[in-house]
Design a protein around this ligand. Structure first.
Ligand code: GFB
Length: 303
């Protein structure tokens, strides 16, 4: 049976993945920014397959505040993980990118082949370029060494085990926490920006299923976008979350906070050409499950 190594094993994606004979790494096991530590670890574990989820991640404000860290940490982690995998002869690496890799000024919908066709949005360009290089490194290693390294591009993820920190989390976990706390403290529910931007969201349980399928079955060389292609405005997300907590208090839009990119609609044409009958969890159901989980685990969630 193949031994599967999951980097970022305690993060939102890594914790959702279940395989027999799998090792989940966290930053406590190894600092993947450190080349020698990474090589040593891969030499001792000698995995057959790697699912590379480890990254420095965060929401729009954190990406804007820590540009150097987002670039450095991600470019080091990615370079080290792919090179260590090549050195120990890993048979397949599946790396996670993000739809923020795509160019800012480009015809919509975003498709896999448009990744390098222009500059990414300025709010997250260091993270975006570091993630784009995963695609370049995978392609270069495939062409020079014959490595079977692929990548997937999920839209905005959410679900249990997310990071609920208000400064550096993504929008869904941030709004779940803010709405819940506004409800129990009888205070306003504060939303960043105008509420007008659109995002596509994907539930973490759908990501787990799609990842398992891709690791075993995907035979294409290029990246694959994971999305239902349904756009939701931040306003609509606010309403869904407010309904889950029966919140009927005041909702305030803090326009001093950034909106980030207005839209980034992406195509699931390629995904559905491989898995035509995949059933996505609706945003209403996924958010309801996440709110229920959050309420139960409130004292111990990552925040
Ligand atoms: O999820 P998010 O931080 O990142 O923000 P991006 C999405 C939208 O939600 C923005 C709004 O328009 C925010 O203004 N928003 C409203 C909030 N309230 C909040 C809040 O309390 N917290 C947060 N965080 N947002 C990230 C990239 O972009 O997407 C990353 O910066 C990564 O690099 C990630 O790719 C998936 O969708 O704008």
């Amino acid at each position: 049976m193949s031994k599967i190594l999951i980097t970022g094993g305690t993060g939102l994606v890594g914790s959702s993945l279940e395989f027999d004979n799998c090792v989940k790494l966290s930053s406590k096991d190894c600092d993947l920014r450190d080349t020698q530590q990474t090589y040593k670890l891969f030499e001792s574990l000698k995995p057959d397959k790697v699912i590379h989820c480890a990254a420095k991640v965060g929401g729009v404000l954190s990406n804007m505040a820590y540009k150097g860290d987002y670039y450095h940490d991600n470019i080091m982690i990615n370079t080290n993980v792919l090179e260590a995998s090549r050195r120990v002869g890993v048979k397949r690496v599946l790396s996670f990118l993000s739809t923020c890799v795509f160019p800012k000024d480009i015809d919509y919908p975003l498709t896999e082949d448009k990744m390098h066709d222009g500059a990414p949005h300025e709010a997250h360009y260091p993270y975006a370029y570091a993630k784009r290089m995963l695609d370049i490194q995978s392609r270069a290693y495939r062409e020079q060494y014959g490595c079977d390294f692929i990548s997937v591009i999920p839209v905005n993820l959410y679900g249990p085990n997310d990071n609920f920190n208000l400064e550096n989390s993504h929008v869904a976990p941030a709004l779940i926490r803010k709405c819940y706390e506004a409800k129990i403290n009888n205070t306003p529910f504060v939303v960043w920006g105008t509420g007008k931007p659109y995002r596509e969201f994907i539930y973490i349980k759908d990501i787990a299923k799609l990842t398992a399928w891709t690791l075993e079955n995907y035979q294409d060389k290029g990246p694959l976008i994971f999305t239902s292609s349904i756009e939701t405005s931040i306003n609509e997300l606010v309403e869904i979350i407010a309904k889950c907590f029966s919140f009927d208090g005041k909702i305030v839009f803090d326009k001093s906070m950034p909106d980030g990119q207005y839209r980034k609609p992406s195509s699931n044409k390629k995904l559905l050409s491989h898995i035509p009958d995949f059933e996505f969890t609706s945003l209403e159901d996924g958010i309801a499950e996440t709110c229920e989980w959050f309420q139960k685990k409130y004292e111990t969630v990552r925040k």
